[in-house]
Design a protein. Structure first.
Length: 381
């Protein structure tokens, strides 16, 4: 029995790994960038790619990782004392002063909006103890979220190390992870931010370098980058209707237009299709399972009009144990629902056993129940 359980767990792990591999759709779209990718945010599906898996220098889009590690630290309200080393950082700067104290939250805004390299070093020293210590955390997080062709050597992306690189696809994975955080979403989408300036009579004003926030009405955020060796790099996000996309370009001389073209291509060519609705599922007549199976999440997936009829759903259940029926209140995972697109697994969600969640009653239903009780009629007839 233990051997069967181990085999079931192994099968689930393997199938989940396969399910999370984005399925690429070929698209005829010309972009100036050496590497580019467009993915749908919820599913991670690749909608367009050009040399997206080649390792390249990434410049300041590195700071997306620096920002999300700072946010994830839970220390955004704490004060950071700026070191002399941080103020000596080369390149773009928010002009921090040695010894000044500034809130970590403000540093992240300066990092993302103005691409401050001094802010990047200050953040790395505060969160990681040192630049090298922070780079270790960056690489640890990269592995954790599936950035397998990435290596970080600094928190800002300057060309001071040879082993600092990523791919367009890996950077899309990073942005997808970051955009799950509401604080990051807010910072990334901010056009202008004011931060205290302790040695002056005026606040610092930082305007976002991401011009796509003004150039493209559907843009919701992003990060720019440039060094002499990396050339222009850009990561942005956009939302139209119920579809949210992430675009990445590396070494893109016409990156603004590249991103707009990719977004327009994605929004025009794909729709979000609900393949499986959350709630009760009736699969079998088995007395232990009947009326007790449900899924907690709907599965929505981007697809072209030609793909809409190519979806199928398969339900895989573990062999029921008799004691599952002894307590209807107990909830446990008893299998999975797998969504297939043209014969390939693209998404999965657990199947639960327990009391099927009831839909919340609205205000109208609540008032009607009171009214019926007053006149002596049962709400159920």
């Amino acid at each position: 029995m233990r051997m069967i359980s181990k085999l079931v767990i192994f099968f689930l792990m393997v199938s989940l790994f396969i399910a999370n591999i984005p399925q690429k759709v070929d698209a005829s779209l010309g972009v100036s960038a050496a590497s580019a990718v467009l993915i749908e945010q919820k599913s991670g599906r690749v909608l367009f790619e050009k040399d997206a898996y080649t390792k390249r220098r990434i410049a300041s889009i590195t700071k997306i990782m620096t920002a999300i590690l700072a946010i994830d630290s839970g220390k955004m309200n704490q004060m950071v004392k700026i070191s002399e080393k941080a103020t000596r950082a080369e390149g773009s700067s928010v002009y921090l002063k040695p010894g000044e104290k500034i809130q970590l939250n403000d540093l992240v805004y300066g990092l993302m909006l103005r691409s401050g390299n001094d802010a990047a070093v200050a953040i790395s020293e505060y969160i990681g103890g040192s630049v090298d210590g922070f780079a270790y955390l960056m690489n640890q997080k990269a592995k954790e979220i599936g950035m397998y062709n990435t290596h970080f050597a600094n928190p800002h992306g300057l060309d001071d190390h040879e082993d600092h690189y990523s791919t367009a696809y890996d950077m899309a994975i990073l942005m997808r992870y970051a955009m799950k955080n509401k604080t990051f979403q807010k910072i990334s989408s901010t056009k202008v931010y004011h931060a205290p300036n302790p040695t002056e009579n005026w606040d610092r004003e930082w305007k976002n370098k991401n011009r796509l926030l003004s150039k493209y009405k559907y843009c919701t955020g992003g990060k720019t980058g440039f060094t002499k060796r990396a050339k222009r790099t850009l990561v942005t996000t956009a939302t139209k209707g119920d579809m949210s996309l992430i675009a990445v370009t590396l070494n893109g001389p016409d990156d603004w237009n590249d991103h707009i073209s990719m977004y327009e291509n994605g929004f025009k060519g794909f729709d979000m299709i609900e393949v499986l609705s959350k709630g009760k599922i009736d699969l079998v007549k088995n007395k232990y399972y009947k009326n007790h199976l449900y899924v907690k999440k709907s599965i929505v997936y981007p697809a072209t009009s030609a793909e809409a009829d190519l979806f199928s759903v398969k339900f895989k259940l573990n062999k029921p144990e008799k004691n599952w029926g002894s307590s209807k209140k107990r909830e446990k995972v008893v299998g999975k629902a797998a969504v297939y697109l043209d014969g390939r697994v693209v998404q999965e969600t657990p199947i639960y056993y327990g009391n099927v969640p009831e839909k919340k009653k609205g205000l109208f239903h609540f008032i009607m129940e009171i009214f019926l009780s007053v006149i002596g009629v049962n709400a159920n007839g």
